[in-house]
Write a protein of this length. Structure first.
Length: 339
């Protein structure tokens, strides 16, 4: 309300902002397009084509290294190219014949089931054991934590081919450590026992190798995540009489749920496309009984010289992985929206 000198009282407009005495009036922000206002204490943000020019080298590199090979692979999968066609440089168009042949092949579906079983077993073991070791790191003192962390980093940093050779030595028929351990423990039948005699036993050894090499990533990230959980939460759980398992499910897991989602997402991708460990261990043998989809595509393309069919296998592998991971990716996005 405004009081005039005559004593009359009038009502001020409700939408009029109050003015501070002695201060200049702040102009209203301009509407429409215009130059980007400068940041506080900095230069104006770039406009026009400059941002696109800055990211162009990265986009061009990704297109060259990823998009172009993918397009060429899809084109190759639509062609009937075997050894003769490859030598004669003839690339007859086959349409969807390669895909039809694969989808009607029981061997392909056996490899698909084996790939999913292999991925599920590895990811479950990696996440469980990695989480337990991460909790152990959080409980240890500084010296023992440093020793265990160094051991994890060394296992993680070992090249895959070198680790495969170590496992070959451990499970060697004649001089293997595992045969010596079994004989020393009193078990019979382990004189020159072939641990890779069957596809199942070979997959078990490969699983041990993959889990051993992947646990450090989960354990160290788990420990890093545990350091963000406040000590007062653990104290409150102890005062309520919660045991270790209840503390994990009520305190640790809810606070680290994004970590578990993202880490599981990454592990599924890494394990599903594990080529080096499987091929270097026994080349998908014996009798191709330990092949997963990446190895299956490689053997068909390089050993069997079915290049078009191998390209179709790789395309189907990408499609299967994208479809499976799309559901999991929706869970991650939902978790982010809830936060």
């Amino acid at each position: 309300m405004t009081v005039h000198s005559q004593g009359a009282v009038t009502s001020a407009p409700q939408d009029a902002p109050p003015k501070s005495a002695g201060l200049p009036e702040t102009p209203a922000p301009a509407t429409g397009t215009g130059p980007t206002p400068p940041r506080a204490g900095g230069k104006p943000l770039p406009t026009g084509w400059l941002p696109y020019l800055l990211v162009a080298p990265a986009v061009l590199a990704l297109a060259t290294l990823l998009l172009y090979p993918l397009i060429k692979n899809v084109i190759l999968s639509l062609q009937d190219i075997n050894k003769v066609e490859f030598i004669q440089r003839k690339y007859p168009f086959a349409g969807l014949a390669n895909y039809t042949e694969l989808l009607g092949d029981s061997t392909f579906w056996t490899v698909v089931v084996r790939s999913f079983a292999f991925t599920l077993a590895n990811v479950a073991l990696i996440m469980a054991l990695g989480s337990l070791i991460g909790i152990l790191l959080n409980k240890l003192g500084k010296k023992m934590r440093l020793v265990l962390s160094m051991a994890l980093v060394m296992a993680w940093a070992m090249p895959i081919v070198a680790s495969v050779q170590v496992f070959h030595w451990l499970f060697d028929e004649q001089f293997g450590v595992m045969n010596w351990v079994m004989r020393t423990a009193g078990f019979s039948g382990y004189e020159q026992h072939n641990w890779m005699e069957t596809g199942l036993s070979t997959m078990v050894i490969i699983t041990i190798l993959v889990v051993w090499g992947s646990i450090p990533f989960v354990a160290l990230n788990m420990y890093a995540g545990l350091t963000t959980v406040g000590a007062e939460l653990y104290e409150a759980a102890r005062m309520d009489g919660a045991n270790g398992w209840q503390t994990f499910w009520k305190i640790v897991f809810p606070n680290l749920k994004p970590f578990f989602l993202i880490t599981t997402f990454l592990e599924v991708i890494w394990v599903f496309k594990a080529f080096t460990q499987v091929y270097a261990m026994n080349k998908g043998g014996p009798d191709r009984a330990s092949e997963i989809l990446p190895v299956f595509a490689y053997v068909e393309g390089q050993s069997q010289a079915h290049y078009g069919l191998a390209a179709a296998i790789s395309v189907l592998t990408i499609v299967i992985l994208v479809v499976v991971m799309s559901f999991y990716f929706r869970l991650i996005l939902k978790q982010e929206e809830e936060q």
